[in-house]
Each structure stands twice: as C-alpha cells, then as structure tokens.
Design a protein around this ligand. Structure first.
Ligand SMILES: [Zn+2]
Length: 497
C-alpha cells in the first residue's frame, strides 16, 4: 500500500464523546502532485480572487439574460517559478495582458521553425500545459521573453517615451518577430541571441556525472539575459560588435544580468520572497545573487550565471568583459540597495511594494540612460552621467544622485568630486577614473553564447581580407586567371575597384 493510503479502521474514528470524526489522512506526495497538475489543466483560477462571487454579482446587476462578456485579451500561462535547478521545481500561473495566439506567438515573438509543435490555447484562451513537456517549455520560454519585453516597454511609457523597442532587423519593410527556439541547441551547454538568424536559441545537456538533462530555456534568468541582448541590440547595434571597447561589451553583459534581476523584482511575489529572506536588507543578497548559481556551474562557470554580490573594481577587471560587466552589475545592485533602504518605511508601506517600485524606477532609469548614451564606443561613465542627468530631470531626491555617484566611484568608474561626498548635486558630468586603454581588445571568453558568436566578431571580414591579400600576391607574381567563385564571400561592389 502506498504511504498515506487509507486504512479501513481509520475511516471513522470515534472520539471520547463518541462523535464520529472523519479521519482525513495526509495525501502522499505523488498524489498531491498529480492532483495539483490535474486541477491546473482542467480549470485555471480566475485572477483577482473570488471570481465566481464577483461574476455572479455582475450577472445579477445586468440581468440573467445578458450575454456573457467576451474574454478580454490576454492569456494565462503556466510557467516555471524560477530556475528549476534550485531545489524543488515549482510552477506558477502568470497573466500576459496582450493577445497571444497559438504557438504561442504575438506580433513581436514567435516560435522558431522547425521547432516544437505549436501549442494551442485552451477554451479559456490560456496556455496551461503539463510540466516536463516540450509544450510547457515553449510556453515558459515565450512567457519570459514576453515579460522582459513588456517590462522595458512599460519603463519607457512611464517615462513618457513613446517608442517601441524594435529588434535589430526591424525596418518599415521588415517587422519580423524574434524567433524563439527553446530546444535550439541540443547537447550544448549554452544559449545565445543571434542577430543574423533573428532568434534566441537555448541549449540542453546532461552535466557530467549526472543523469537529468538540464534545459537552459527553463531558467528564468538565462531567458531574461538573452532577451536583454536582443533588446539592447535593437537600440545600439554597434555595442555588440567584438571590436568595440571592453566597457561597451561590459554594458551588454551587465544589461543581461541586470535584466534577470529586474525581471524577478517586477513580480510582487519575488519581491516578497527577497524581503522575507533578507529581512529587507538587500546586502544579505542570498536570493538574488544565488538564483542562477547551479545553472552557472552547469554551464561551466566558476560562479553563478551572475554574481551581483561582488566588490570588483574596474581597475581589477582588465579587458575581461565578463569581469568588467560584474563591476557595472555590482554597482547597480548597490544603488538598488541604497535606494530601497532610503525609500522604505514599514510604518507607511509594505517593504515588498516599495522594493517593487524602486526596482521599477531603476530599470527605467538604466534603460533611458543606455538609450541616451553614445551609439558607439559607449563607456560606463557615459551611462553614469546620463543616469545622473535623468534623476535630476525627474526631480528625484538628491540622495538618488549621491547613491549613483558613490557606488560608481567606489568601483573606480568615476572620480568622486570632493564637493559631492554628501548629498549635494555634482556640477556637470563626472570624469572617468579607469578607462579602456586605447586599442584595448575585448576578452569575451567567460561571457555567454551571444558574445561568442562569430557574427559579432566580423570573422567574415577577417577571412575576406586574407583572401584578397592572396589574390593581390597572385596578381603581383603573374598567377593571373579567370574569375572563380570566391572561397569566402563575394566582395562588395565598392571593394572591387
Ligand atoms: Zn550574455
């Protein structure tokens, strides 16, 4: 008999006053899991609580013959709660407020082809599927990409910026969505955003010495990180190229890691979890800094996917883009902690609500500063100065600027002006303290798959240059011949002259 199953003698156990009390045993774990999944598949809960009572009251108000209200746009999805490598795997329901079609797909995000068979919405227009199936992974991956894009679109709208966040290839003639391949890299310990393929691809693999397959598409953090590369590439196409200065590459990687943190903090239950775990002291940052640690280790790194809990300075990071990115990520995390400590007032407001609000402002501030930074060769000081300008224009309290100045000065990003040690606003832009050396080349070895794709290294140009040098040598040495199909690439018309 299974543990927890009923014994006949336990069905009705008389108490001392002989009143029979029905004994209800604790169901076994497998039974609970099965029951939970069955309920999720059959009848997703209405968002907002007490839906039936509200619906009944509305029906009474409108008369029994009133036609049912059409379902609003939007879909509920069932997705992984967090990184499934972290202890117990949990699922959550989430509501995506825009229209979502079979796939799932919408105007900006579509399933890659060939890939997982399209997932059809149920009768409620929702995408609620069985965990541990390809359909579930397709829905989960779409949901995280969609939440990331929505988060940043909201951040711009809140700041009064009426602009979409285009993908890099989008033009008036090409509005192709970003293609998502949850199983795009079989037996690969990586994931990437590819501009030339217009897609995100996620790897799956079995770590050495283990049996269970790890799917990178199931990681909230990895999907958010790769989506952030796509978002930033749509805004600043020059920044992703490997011949950009090291700090420019660092901005791309840091934006990926910070997006994972901001996406977690865009969800109220995650804010509550962080507050509860740290007792509202974000420097006890176990939750946010460890969330992707096991994935990071499985992906071959020595730490988690990100490590916001660090004290790295620019002087220590050299040209190692991953390390440089950790400097920016760490400074922004410290600014978040400072702003949260400044704003929180448990007598007036719930800490989780304050954290949710502060993180929302900071992610918008970062995105706006990145947009305002130079289109090529942007450095950390450029972004810091834009953030200082924006907090002043937004009329934020003076300590906001002081937090940004102090944390980036501590990391050797900017010089700390003597007059700005307190809360007084600095006059004019800050000067950089540690700069990329002239001609410094990025070392991307410890970065994610995106940063290591050949397409951003202009490898075709290098090979093409070699081929043309060979052709010149042949011409100079009398080895003349008919034009044949070039080995590497057809030179552009302008290059033939
Ligand atoms: Zn990356």
């Amino acid at each position: 008999m299974e543990p927890g199953a009923l014994l006949p003698a336990e069905l009705d156990t008389p108490t001392r006053d002989q009143t029979p009390v029905r004994f209800i045993p604790t169901p076994s774990a497998p039974y609970q899991q099965q029951h939970r999944i069955a309920r999720l598949l059959e009848q997703p809960a209405e968002p907002g609580g007490e839906p039936q009572a509200v619906a009944a009251a509305e029906a009474d108000d409108e008369g029994a013959d009133a036609p049912p209200l059409p379902h609003a746009f939007g879909a509920r999805v069932l997705m992984w709660k967090q990184d499934p490598s972290v202890g117990e795997i949990g699922t959550r329901r989430a509501y995506l407020p825009g229209p979502v079609l079979a796939g799932p797909r919408d105007a900006r995000i579509a399933p890659g082809s060939p890939g997982i068979d399209a997932v059809e919405p149920n009768a409620f227009g929702d995408f609620v599927t069985q965990p541990d199936t390809p359909q579930f992974d397709a829905v989960h991956t779409f949901a995280v990409v969609r939440q990331t894009l929505t988060m940043y679109q909201r951040a711009l709208l809140v700041a009064g910026l009426q602009m979409p966040l285009p993908w890099q290839w989008n033009t008036s003639m090409d509005t192709r969505p970003l293609a998502v391949f949850p199983y795009g890299l079989p037996n690969v310990m990586n994931a990437f955003y590819s501009r030339t393929q217009g897609c995100l691809k996620f790897g799956d693999f079995v770590p050495a010495g283990e049996e269970a397959r790890v799917y990178t598409c199931r990681s909230f953090d990895i999907v958010a990180h790769e989506t952030a590369h796509a978002v930033l590439d749509g805004l600043k196409p020059q920044w992703l190229l490997a011949d950009a200065p090291p700090q420019t590459g660092g901005l791309h990687e840091a934006f990926g890691d910070l997006t994972a943190i901001f996406l977690a903090l865009s969800q109220l239950d995650q804010c509550e979890a962080v507050v509860a775990q740290t007792k509202a002291h974000l420097h006890d940052k176990t939750f946010l800094s460890d969330i992707a640690e096991q994935f990071g280790l499985a992906l071959g790194g020595s730490t988690g996917l990100r490590n916001a809990d660090n004290d790295l300075t620019l002087g220590q990071a050299g040209t190692q883009v991953h390390a440089i990115s950790q400097v920016f990520t760490g400074a922004m995390y410290d600014v978040l902690a400072d702003m949260f400590a400044y704003e929180r007032n448990p007598l007036l407001d719930d800490d989780a609500a304050v954290l949710h609000r502060v993180a929302a402002y900071l992610r918008g501030l970062l995105l706006r500063a990145l947009i305002a930074a130079p289109d090529s060769a942007a450095s950390y000081v450029d972004v810091v100065n834009e953030m200082l300008r924006i907090v002043a224009e937004d009329g934020r309290p003076a300590p906001y600027a002081a937090f940004i100045r102090n944390q980036f000065a501590r990391r050797d990003v900017v010089e700390q002006p003597q007059s700005a040690a307190g809360a007084a606003p600095a006059a004019g832009p800050l000067a950089p303290k540690v700069c990329d050396k002239p001609g410094a080349r990025q070392d991307r070895r410890a970065c994610c798959g995106t940063m290591n794709l050949p397409e951003y290294h202009r490898v075709d140009k290098v090979l093409d240059g070699e081929a043309r040098a060979l052709a010149r040598w042949c011409a100079a040495n009398g080895r003349m011949g008919e034009c044949v199909v070039p080995v590497v690439a057809e030179p552009a018309a302008a290059d033939r002259s």
